[in-house]
Design a protein around this ligand. Structure first.
Ligand code: NAD
Ligand code: UFG
Length: 343
């Protein structure tokens, strides 16, 4: 297939582009580089020996997007582009609604004009809000608790309505749990700007000496060790879920929703211990107060993806930590530091 990947220079996008190329697909990436570095795609080319057609385009620029589709001949679109920081979405809601919701409207309108009606969308377990009715199934009621999560919920509604209105559309809404890890080469990985919001990148930056210690957000949850439990999924397993969804959509129309998680929960303390083992060094930590809005436990029921797509996550927490460490230790400053060093 010829696949347009929005947000393909980002963390999950770059790993998925790599897997698409390895599976023989042709890939065009559009990304405005708001939260990424084109170096990721250069490295994907280096790893695969294949070229990636990269266009620096903002989804808010509807005309430029139409131009991308004109003569593009795409069979499908995988839509990763979006802003994703929960805290920032609370202080800048308008920019989140505009970027994520309006960006998606522009994309779908361009697709409609070009008669490309096969779409895989990056949704998130955040749509389940604070529900602790685990494992979370696709039928768990949606109840996002912050503007970022509400953009995902709204986009799911918009895409469902589009699929409902025109039976020619094939749409997959993929609800990711907690993506972590990196490609086993250590050449591509997550490169957060500023202080990481998420646990794994923070732990990795402590391990590599960029930060002093991890603060555990609460140890009084009703879990086995008192710390929060999440369903961490290796980014390569997650990327594979997109290829499975594309295969499924190749000959089916309609709107489909799948959880992409492992179905297993790990606590914050388990993650810190697993990372220490993978890195061969102790990761210092302290116990702090709970983070507002956090739930005690979240993990997926991934059985629908197995039944419909034949997909399941294969990699365990040790492998997630080993690969995340492989990337972090080889690229302590992320992509741009490495690029500067080469100048
Ligand atoms: P990321 O920030 O690394 O990648 C997103 C990419 O989209 C970036 O390269 C950014 O430059 C680009 N982008 C943003 N707005 C754009 C616009 N208007 N036009 C063009 N490009 C734009 O994030 P990621 O972790 O790779 O996440 C990918 C998708 O998965 C996002 O939609 C995110 O909300 C979703 N998601 C991520 C997680 C997670 O924990 N990483 C969990 C659930 C869902
Ligand atoms: N945590 C800490 N210390 C930190 C960071 C996190 O103790 O410095 C804890 C959190 O309290 C939570 C766990 O580690 O118990 C995981 O936290 P993350 O921030 O890594 O992940 P969340 O599950 O809170 O949220 C993330 C994204 C959401 C997304 C969700 C599911 O931020 O947008 O995963 O995909 F919806």
């Amino acid at each position: 297939m010829k696949v347009l990947v929005t947000g393909g220079a980002g963390y999950i996008g770059s790993h998925t582009v790599l897997c698409l190329l390895e599976a023989g697909h042709e890939v065009v990436v559009v990304d405005n580089l708001a939260n990424s570095d084109a170096e990721s795609l250069r490295r994907v080319e280096e790893l695969t020996g294949r070229s990636v057609d990269f266009l620096q385009v903002d989804l808010l620029d509807a005309r430029a997007l139409d131009d991308v589709f004109a003569g593009g001949g795409f069979d499908a679109v995988i839509h990763f582009a979006g802003l994703k920081a929960v805290g920032e979405s609370v202080t800048k809601p308008l920019s989140y609604y505009r970027n994520n919701v309006v960006g998606t409207l522009n994309l779908v309108e361009s697709m409609e004009k070009a008669e490309v009606r096969r779409l895989v969308f990056s949704s998130s377990a955040t749509v389940y809000g604070a529900s602790e009715n685990v494992p979370l199934t696709e039928e768990t009621p949606l109840d996002a608790t912050n503007p970022y999560g509400r953009t995902k919920e709204q986009i799911e509604d918009i895409l469902s309505d589009v699929g409902h209105a025109d039976a020619r559309w094939s749409i997959a809404l993929l609800r990711y749990f907690n993506p972590v890890g990196a490609h086993e080469s250590g050449r591509i990985g997550e490169d957060p700007q500023g202080v990481p919001n998420n646990l794994l990148p923070f732990v990795a930056q402590v391990a590599v000496g960029r930060r002093e210690k991890v603060t555990i957000f609460g140890s009084d949850y009703p879990t086995a060790d008192g710390t929060g439990v999440r369903d961490y999924i290796h980014v390569i397993d997650l990327a594979g879920g997109h290829l499975s969804a594309l295969r499924f959509l190749a000959n089916k129309t309609g709107t489909f929703r799948w959880n992409l998680g492992t179905g297993r929960g790990s606590s914050v303390l388990e993650v810190i211990h697993a990372f220490s083992a993978a890195a061969g060094r102790l990761v210092p930590f302290e116990i702090g107060p709970r983070r507002p809005g956090d739930s005690a436990v979240s993990y997926a029921d991934p059985s629908a993806a197995l039944a419909d797509l034949g997909w399941s996550a294969q990699r365990d927490l040790a492998s997630m930590c080993a690969d995340h460490w492989g990337w972090q230790s080889a690229n302590p400053g992320g992509y741009s530091a490495d690029a500067r060093a080469k100048d």
